[in-house]
Design a binder for this molecule. Structure first.
Ligand code: UDP
Ligand code: MG
Length: 324
């Protein structure tokens, strides 16, 4: 019976340890979606939370027939949880992606919908400010977007844009064709293309709980972004090697010249050491770099499913709030 329900909007929310914010989030989201006035559902994806998030989701589903719950078998990470949510979104028109922690204010959805005209497939929310984020985090984010801009040949990732956006059914269907394991969502959104539009908003500080991203995971995230969308680093090592070889040849010629002109004076142990260490470092770095790519190839060739669903409870518009 519930399979017949296809709302105009699906809101996809990946959640990892969000028990405190979930009820507030749902309240604010419902208010906004009711204001829009089209049939909607919300798909909560529990990404292996270790607190009461799942119980909270089921409680919401009991009260509200527009709630779908997808429970993943373990923690798969935000990018994959998001994909699971998109796979389970049944909307025929628009699909909205938003974080549960209220950093993306649900009220902005109204602006996204308002800005969504026939000529664009996606409306993404672009941050005006990064309130409550530390200077180093802002700086690293700024650097990341600039590096990506240089590296991501032809795929342009809009800066200061998270996953918070509204997408058309056709865009989501295209996005879901990309089943790679290493999912750098911002890059994938950009890769599918289609006309887009930006809406500015103020990103709020996290309302409760804590961010599950530290600098190490942000570094890995950046690495993911770069290696999934560019092979330039691999080419770079070729040119670096070439440059060093040319310098080494010049150096060799210079030494031969000196020996012929001034005779052989034994010296240069320190310089020899320096050159060996320098080259060794470059080689290790290059091998490591290749390893990053080989590791990703290895992971992709296993062709494992992206995620496993432990339970799925679809929204049931029939059971909608009694008074409605
Ligand atoms: N999240 C998830 N799985 C994870 C980590 C995070 O589903 O392994 C969700 C989290 O519940 C939130 C969103 O992804 O809704 C963004 O996470 P977070 O606020 O930690 O990231 P930040 O805002 O710091 O980038
Ligand atoms: Mg957050």
């Amino acid at each position: 019976m519930p399979s017949g329900f296809s709302p105009a909007f699906s809101v996809v929310v990946p959640c990892y340890n969000e028990q405190e914010v979930l009820p507030i989030f749902h309240q604010r989201l419902s208010a906004v979606m009711e204001g829009i006035g089209a049939p909607w559902e919300v798909v909560y994806v529990n990404d292996g939370s270790r607190d009461q998030t799942l119980a909270g989701m089921y409680a919401l589903a009991e009260q509200d027939g527009r709630v779908s719950v997808v429970n993943l078998s373990r923690n798969f990470g935000k990018e994959i949880a998001l994909t699971a949510g998109l796979d389970h979104a049944r909307s025929t028109r628009g699909i909205i992606v938003i974080d549960a922690d209220l950093q993306d204010p649900p009220e902005v959805i109204a602006d996204l919908v308002a800005a969504w005209t026939d000529d664009v497939d996606t409306v993404y929310a672009r941050r005006n400010t990064r309130e409550g984020e530390s200077i180093p985090k802002r700086l690293t984010a700024w650097m990341f977007y600039r590096v990506m801009k240089r590296l991501g040949n032809k795929v342009v990732i809009p800066p200061d844009t998270g996953d918070f956006r509204l997408m058309s059914r056709r865009l989501v269907d295209s996005l879901l064709l990309l089943r790679e394991r290493h999912r750098f969502m911002k890059g994938l959104f950009a890769w599918v293309g289609f006309p887009s539009r930006a809406v500015l908003y103020d990103r709020a500080p996290r309302s409760a709980g804590k961010s599950s991203f530290n600098y190490w995971s942000l570094w890995n995230f950046a690495l993911e972004g770069i290696t999934s969308f560019s092979v330039l680093p691999l080419q770079l090592s070729t040119y670096m090697g070439l440059g060093i070889s040319i310098l080494a040849v010049c150096y060799g010629i210079w030494i031969v010249g000196c020996t012929l002109l001034f005779g052989n004076r034994v010296a240069g142990y320190p310089s020899l050491m320096a050159v060996i260490l320098f080259l060794g470092g470059i080689q290790l770095m290059t091998v490591g770099l290749i390893g990053e790519y080989v590791g990703r190839i290895f992971n992709e060739t296993k062709k494992r499913p992206l995620y496993l669903v432990e339970a799925y409870r679809p929204a049931q518009e029939k059971e909608r709030t009694p008074e409605a």
